[in-house]
Design a binder for this molecule. Structure first.
Ligand code: M7G
Length: 186
């Protein structure tokens, strides 16, 4: 009789050094913290976890639906993109919590379109992102933007930017030649 969420999720953590990194390195840096499918299981994990602001610089939390890796390369993300909200220091903990509760509570109302959310601790600012499946679906991306503004209670001057992942994915022909395809590390 636990409260089952609409979707099961996996929570990941990653940390990287500054500068460019290989695709393989990015995949290796992703560490699974845990999976959950009910509200109670979520709080059991979340309440023992450090807040995003307590992480070191260049660390990220990734909360993604089960079966979707927090990478552009995942089939669910390849045609997708993400909204990014840049936050001045001091806002990320509250914004992240509001965002993931809204996601788990299906507040975005865009059907299957949501893939996951990311909190990124950076040098002078932090960032939270929402990833969706279809970057060309402007009705969906528009709705996600409005919901983000509402649930994060963002001041009107906060900048939000949308980027399709395919801008950053390598062309398949190069990808298939690279040693050790990213998929094989999972
Ligand atoms: P970011 O964390 O999205 O940007 O990516 P930011 O540091 O400006 O906030 C930083 C770097 O991490 C990228 O340049 C890539 O090297 C790597 N990276 C990030 N993501 C989300 C991916 C991914 O999904 N796949 C791969 N292969 N690399 C990634």
């Amino acid at each position: 009789n636990e409260n089952r969420l609409q979707y099961g999720y996996a929570l990941w953590y990653s940390r990287r050094s500054i500068g460019k990194q290989s695709d393989r390195r990015f995949a290796e840096n992703l560490k699974l913290i845990g999976r959950f499918a009910t509200v109670e299981q979520f709080w059991a994990i979340y309440s023992h976890l450090v807040r995003p602001s307590e992480l070191m610089t260049y660390a990220d939390f990734h909360l993604f639906k089960n079966g979707i890796k927090p990478m552009w390369e995942d089939v669910a993300n390849r045609q997708g993109g993400r909204w990014a909200v840049t936050l001045r220091k001091g806002l990320v903990d509250r914004c992240w919590e509001n965002l993931i509760l809204a996601m788990m509570g299906e507040q975005f109302m865009v059907g299957e379109e949501i893939c996951g959310a990311v909190a990124s601790i950076r040098f002078q600012e932090d960032k939270i992102c929402v990833w969706n499946k279809t970057s060309s679906d402007t009705a969906t991306t528009g709705r996600i933007k409005e919901t983000l503004r509402r649930v994060l209670q963002l001041p009107a001057d906060v900048s939000m930017d949308y980027k399709p992942h395919n801008d950053r994915l390598k062309p398949p022909i190069i990808k298939s030649q690279s040693e050790g395809a990213v998929k094989s590390t999972f």
